[in-house]
Design a protein around this ligand. Sequence first.
Ligand code: ATP
Length: 472
Amino acid sequence: MTNEQASRRCVVWFGQPTAEECASLAQAGWRTRIGDARLQDGVGMRRDDIVVAMADLRHGDEQAIQAMGRLMDNHPWLPWLVLVPQETAAGKPEVVRVLRDSADFFTVPVDMKRLLHTLMKISNGWSPTAEKADIPGIVGAVSPVMRTIMSSLRKYAPVELPVLITGETGSGKEIAARALHGLSARCEHPFVPINCGALPSNLVQSELFGHERGAFTGANVRRIGHFETAAGGTVFLDEIGDLPLDAQTSLLRLMEEGTLVRVGSSQPIKLDVRVLAATHVDMEMAVAQGRFREDLYYRLNVLRLRMPALREREGDVELLAQHFLDAFRLRHHSRAHAFSIQARQAMRGFAWPGNVRELLNRVQRAAVVAEGTLISAADLDLQDMQPTPASRSSLGLTRVSAEREAVLNCLHESHFNISECARRLNVSRVTVYRLCKKHKVALEELRDGDRPPAGRRIAAVNGHGSPVAQSM
Ligand SMILES: Nc1ncnc2c1ncn2[C@@H]1O[C@H](COP(=O)(O)OP(=O)(O)OP(=O)(O)O)[C@@H](O)[C@H]1O
C-alpha cells in the first residue's frame, strides 16, 4: 500500500480514542481524526477519501448522545460505527436512535480485530443495507418493522452483551434468541432455552445452577444445572419476570462476576455464557412493584429487541402462511397448495392475538381440513372476518393496534382484574369486555400466562369473542 493510499483512509472519531486504539488503527493504515459531535461541523472529508465515522458513547452524557444522533441524521451517507460502554441501556430512545443508524457497533474494551475487519469491509465497498436480509429460521421479513428487526439481530449477534427481547406471546421471541445465538461466535456451543415460569418453584436454584450431592433431601448425586450445560454458549431465559428473587440474585452474580455456586456448595465456579432474556410483561412495572431486582433489570436490558405483533407486519402474514403451508406439505399430504383471495383478505384483516404461533396453528389445521386446492377463509376459521376499512389503511391499522396494545398493557398491569383495568382506563367494565372482543383478546389464555393467585377466575372470550365465565 502506498503512503498516498494510506493517508486516504480515515476514521473520524467523535469522542476520545485511547492511544492504543489510535496506534492499532495507524498500524492498519487508518488515520484517526478527532471530532466533536456538539460542534455539528461534520467530518471535513476530501473527495475520494474513505471516511468512516465512529460515534464514541463512552464518555458522553445524554446531551452528547443526542448531539451524536443529530450529527448522524445530518450525515446519513457516512458509514457510522458506534462504541458503547458495557452498561449502556439500549432502551433509552437516544441510544436506540444512534444504534439504529449505525453500520455496526462495538463495546468496551474495543475488539480491535473486529473493528479493523469491519473497516476493511467498508473500504472494500461493503454496505450493511446491501447485506442479504435472510436470517436462517426467520421467515417473512418484507415489512419495514421486520427489516429493522433483522438488521438489529445482525448487529446484536456478535456483541457479547445481554439482550432483552419483548413482544406479545407467539411473536417470535425465542426464534429471535436462536437467531442471535446462531449468528454469534458461540454458535458451535449449546443454546439452552429455559422457561422461568415452568421451573418447579422449590427447585429453581438447583435446576438453574445445579446442586451438590446431599444438598437437600433427594439430592443423591451431584447435578449440573442448565447454566453449566450451556457453557461457552447462550442461555435464553424466557418469561424472565417469573424468576423468583433468590434466583435473580444468583443470576446477577453470574452476570457481574461470571461465576455461579451450586446449591449445597460455597465454591464459585467460573462460567462463560451469554444471557438472553424474554418477557411479555411490563418489566418496569415488575421493578416498581418490587417483584424484580432493579440492578438485574439494568444488567439484562443492555440491548433491547421488541418483536412486533404479527398485525404490525404488513405483507408478512401471507408470506409466513405460505411458508407454513409449504412446510406442512413436505411432511403430510394436503390437496391445498395456496390460499384463496378471501382467505388472504381475512388473514390481512385479522388481529392475530396469538401472533405467528396462531397463524402456524390455523394454517396447519386448514391444510388438514381443506377439500380444495386453495385454502379458504372458512378452512382457517376466519370466515367471519370482513376486512374493515380501518384494517386496510395504515393509519387505521396503527390506531387499532395502539388501542389493542393499550388494553393489553392495562390488563397485564391490572393482573387481568377487569374492574381494576376498567378503572385505570377510565371506562366501564362492559367497555373492557367489548374491547377484548373487538381485538380478539383471549383473556383466559393470557391469564394463564400471567398466573394469578389460584382460585381466581376471570372472564374468558370464547371462539366468537363472547364472555363465557366470570367470578371475581
Ligand atoms: N418469523 C418467523 N418465521 C418462522 N417461524 C416463526 C417466526 N416467528 C415465529 N415463528 C414460529 O412461531 C412459533 C412461536 O414462536 P416463538 O416460540 O419464537 O414465540 P415467542 O414469542 O417466544 O412465544 P411465547 O411468548 O409464547 O414464549 C414457533 O413455532 C416459531 O417457530
